[in-house]
Structure formats: structure tokens, C-alpha cells
Write a protein that binds this ligand. Structure first.
Ligand code: F6P
Length: 362
């Protein structure tokens, strides 16, 4: 055990994902077994900005949370300490120095920062300012580079697959087209995996701009062969050739743009193009709830345990990552500012096409 690490802070940032609690539990248990105290910081970096937003976490405090979605520490995706939104005429404020001060006041020796690309980028900046920390990649979108999987993705895919199974039943009964919108931001991982696992007929992902004339043709072909219903899975970031993704809200201040609404657009256009009765469903935040799958619990537990191991070994400014079958450490500088999208030559795309699934371009 490293003599210098006695007190570890842990925080969760960005949108919640199933498995956050499993990581917190792993950090607390692995920390306790290495004679380290673990301090939970509330609502991401707010726990280092605002007073009394922390609490000691002992193994008894994390009993039973392995299977619980959400995060016992709370989270926010508006809490960038370097650009903190304050309601004054001066606008955003830089609270990073206060975070470093609180880190020392709390007598923390190291931090485990669990979050997506935004939170990990903040973590990297703090690491460069001298805070010993390790990042843990979280997101249902699976869009973080240098790791094959983020925890939360498998649970979101399982939920979306179950929804597609249910929609198959009603689409078939009514001979309808049903368009299902799933999350994923600018990456099509959730749409592709749930679409293939759920046996969708069409999958639209941001990486492959679509042509709805081709999609309508595929739906008509299905009708002609006697399958009088079709399931279309659309990633929220899907867009037509030459077009842009559909937004619920444009970016404003500290808020990033909110994607959403593509299913309704595709529904209306396909109804006109095919003459078939069409419906749409948005799975939305349901994909972030629920109990983590066993895969996500395993990944989260391995990530949390490895993060503590790295801190004790003095390896900072790194992110734990899944390079099957191993959990490895990747420098955070290789991760920030990049998005992992579905590669054009990915075998799952070829498998989808081989199953006769339209990806919107054929
Ligand atoms: O990054 C996770 C995610 O669920 C995306 O798939 C989605 O676009 C976004 O967060 C929604 O964010 P919010 O919770 O702010 O609506």
C-alpha cells in the first residue's frame, strides 16, 4: 500500500448511468481494504465548490447499492468548476482554485472522478493542476475513446432491446411501421446494438446519414414479401444526407444542445412515403434508469477496484479502460476532446446488412 494515499474523494459527474453506485461501492470497499478512508463528494464538483457537500463513506454505507441505478452522491451536467454558471452580470466564474483548496481542507490525498467526456476533461485539467486523480468512464452512449465499453451502455441496450421486442408485437398486430428513438448523442452505439439484438428492419445512426426514399422502398419490399410491419430504430443523433440532427433545444450558456425528435420527423415522412400507418416512440431517460445488468456491475466493480489500485500505485491523470479481457490504464490526455463513434468498417454494421437490415443508405 502507498503510504501517501490515506483519504480518497469520489464523485460522479454528468448524466447518470446504471452502474455508478456499483463503482462507488467498489471504491469504498477497495479503499477500506487498503486502510484508506473514502469521502463522497455530492453533485459532481459542486462537492468541492460548496461547503459541507461531502460525507464519509464506509462499507456499511454502500451495502445493497450494487444493484441500484442512479448515484447516491447525486450528479449534475452543469457544474464545470472552470466555467461555473453564476447568476451575476459577470457571468461564468472560475471556481477551480476553490476546488483545489477544498480538496486540501478535506485532507484528501486523491480523487476518483466517475464521468463522461465532459467530466473527464475537467478531471484532466485538475490533474494538470496537481491533483492526484484517476478517471472512470461512464455513459450509456458508449462514446468514450480508448475503452471498448463504458458501464451503463449494456443496461441501456438491454432496456431498448426489450422495448423493441414489445413494439414488434403491436406493430405486427396492426400492420404498422413503428419508429423507436433511442439516446446516444452523436454516436449510434445504442441504436445499432439494440436494433440488431431486437431484430429491427431499419437502423438509422448518426454515422450513416439516411435517405428515407430508400428506407420506404425497404418497407414496401417487406410488405411485398408478406411482412406487413416494420420496426425502425433511430438514434437521437440520426440525420438525413446533407441535413442536421433534430434538436429539442439549441445550446445555451452552460447547457449543451439537446438532441431529440428525430422519430416524429421520420414517422411523418415515412407515413407519406409508404402510405402505411406509422407511429413513433421516444425511449428517452427510461434508458438511464433501472438496475444495471450483470455485465455493467462487473465492469463497474472492476473499474472501481482498479481505480483505487492505480491511486495506491501512484498512477495519476489516467482513466481506467476496458481492453477485453483486461482493465488497463490510459492517460487522460488521450481521451479528452474526442468522441468514439461507430467505425465505418465495423463488423456489426456488416452483420446488420447481412441480416437484411437497412442502415438508411441502401
Ligand atoms: O450522455 C447521456 C445522455 O443520456 C445522452 O444519450 C442524451 O443525449 C443526454 O444524456 C440527455 O441529457 P439530459 O439528461 O441533460 O437530458
Amino acid at each position: 500500500m502507498s503510504a501517501s494515499i490515506r483519504r480518497i474523494g469520489v464523485l460522479t459527474g454528468g448524466g447518470d448511468a446504471p452502474g455508478l453506485n456499483a463503482v462507488i461501492r467498489a471504491v469504498v470497499k477497495a479503499g477500506a481494504n487498503a486502510n484508506c478512508e473514502v469521502i463522497g463528494l455530492e453533485d459532481s464538483f459542486d462537492g468541492l465548490i460548496e461547503p459541507d457537500r461531502w460525507r464519509r463513506l464506509e462499507p456499511k454505507d454502500v451495502t445493497g447499492i450494487l444493484r441500484v441505478g442512479g448515484t447516491i452522491l447525486g450528479t449534475t451536467n452543469r457544474g464545470n468548476p472552470f466555467l461555473y454558471p453564476v447568476k451575476t452580470s459577470a457571468g461564468a466564474k472560475d471556481y477551480s482554485a476553490r476546488c483545489v483548496e477544498t480538496f486540501h481542507q478535506l485532507q484528501l490525498d486523491a480523487l476518483v472522478v466517475i464521468g463522461g467526456d465532459g467530466t473527464l476533461a475537467i478531471a484532466h485539467r485538475f490533474a494538470q493542476m496537481g491533483l492526484p486523480l484517476v478517471g472512470v468512464p461512464k455513459t450509456i452512449d458508449n462514446d468514450i475513446v480508448e475503452t471498448t465499453n463504458t458501464f451503463g451502455f449494456d443496461t441501456a441496450v438491454s432496456f431498448a432491446t426489450d422495448a423493441i421486442d414489445r413494439l414488434h408485437v403491436t406493430a405486427e398486430a396492426h400492420h404498422r411501421v413503428i419508429v423507436v428513438e433511442v439516446m446516444g448523442r452523436y454516436a449510434g452505439w445504442i441504436a445499432l446494438y439494440s436494433g440488431v439484438a431486437g431484430g429491427a428492419d431499419v437502423i438509422l445512426i448518426p454515422e450513416i446519414p439516411y435517405d428515407l426514399d430508400l428506407v420506404a422502398r425497404r418497407i414496401r419490399e417487406r410488405d411485398a414479401m408478406g411482412a406487413r410491419f416494420s420496426i425502425v430504430v433511430a438514434a437521437e443523433g440520426a440525420r438525413p444526407i446533407g441535413g442536421k440532427p433534430v434538436l429539442l433545444k439549441a445550446a445555451q450558456g452552460e447547457f449543451v444542445e439537446r438532441l431529440g425528435g428525430v422519430a416524429a420527423v421520420v414517422e411523418a415522412q415515412l407515413e407519406t412515403l409508404t402510405g402505411k400507418e406509422t407511429r413513433s416512440v421516444v425511449l428517452g431517460h427510461l434508458q438511464r434508469g433501472g438496475t444495471p445488468t450483470s455485465f455493467d456491475r462487473m465492469l463497474a466493480t472492476r473499474f472501481g477496484a482498479r481505480a483505487v489500485e492505480l491511486l495506491l500505485a501512484g498512477t495519476y491523470d489516467h482513466m481506467v479502460a476496458f481492453h477485453p479481457p483486461d482493465i488497463v490504464a490510459v492517460p487522460l490526455e488521450k481521451v479528452v476532446g474526442r468522441t468514439r463513434t461507430v467505425p465505418p468498417d465495423f463488423d456489426v454494421l456488416r452483420a446488420a446488412r447481412a441480416m437484411g437490415i437497412s442502415l438508411g443508405d441502401t
